[in-house]
Design a protein around this ligand. Structure first.
Ligand code: HQG
Length: 182
């Protein structure tokens, strides 16, 4: 995606996941906001304007689906630090899911399991390739955990899918995690 669109996408994520207050918008309990209101307030606040066409271009060209436009609303699909409720009910996950992280974090995770840290949910990946990409944000040779997702679901953990291949859970105990070779 071109540099300018990437910058706008980062700003959109910042506003829709963490700081809607920065541009004077309010999200509903599911993280949604009226699309035209977002565009208007975004453009009042930031020097580089956005439009529905540009947002749709970002959504088309991104490596990952980060937003959903539904009716007249837009929301971030995942990544929130402000509290939001999942919009869809939990579902039975696939047998395995994955999580890519740094060696430093992995040392804690093998004992403590996965925690939400600064976000509303623990983020899991649908496949090892995605997990490697996530881990590479912070470690050139990330550690990849394989998660016994079905077993964790059977124990009562709720799994929320998103359209982007990211799965959201509240936590993941260490007993369902195993480090795998890439
Ligand atoms: C780690 C990006 C110590 C966890 C990505 C991760 C993803 C622990 C970090 C999405 C821990 C949190 C989310 C524990 C977890 N002790 N460290 N017990 N439990 N951690 O960014 O999953 O490109 O909040 O391993 O691609 O890395 O922005 O979560 O390293 O899909 O759209 O704590 O954000 O998407 O980091 O990334 P994050 P994440 P975008």
């Amino acid at each position: 995606m071109d540099h300018q669109l990437t910058r706008l996408s980062k700003r959109l994520s910042y506003v829709l996941r963490h700081h809607p207050d920065k541009i004077g918008i309010q999200l509903d309990r599911y993280g949604r906001v009226d699309l035209q209101t977002l565009i208007q307030k975004f453009n009042q606040h930031f020097g580089t304007p956005i439009s529905e066409k540009i947002i749709r271009e970002i959504m088309k060209d991104s490596d990952k689906q980060r937003y959903a436009i539904e009716g007249h609303t837009i929301r971030a699909l995942y990544g929130h630090s402000i509290p939001v409720d999942p919009l869809t009910p939990p579902v039975e996950p696939p047998e395995k899911l994955y999580h890519g992280t740094t060696h430093a974090a992995a040392r804690f995770i093998v004992d403590e399991g996965l925690k939400k840290m600064d976000r509303d949910f623990v983020h899991l990946s649908a496949n090892p390739q995605m997990a490697i990409q996530v881990g590479k944000r912070r470690d050139p040779h990330p550690v990849i955990f394989e998660i016994e997702a079905r077993k964790a679901a059977a124990s009562g953990l709720l799994f929320y899918p998103t359209e982007s291949g990211v799965w959201l859970v509240d936590s993941m105990p260490a007993k369902f995690l195993k480090i795998i070779d890439q």
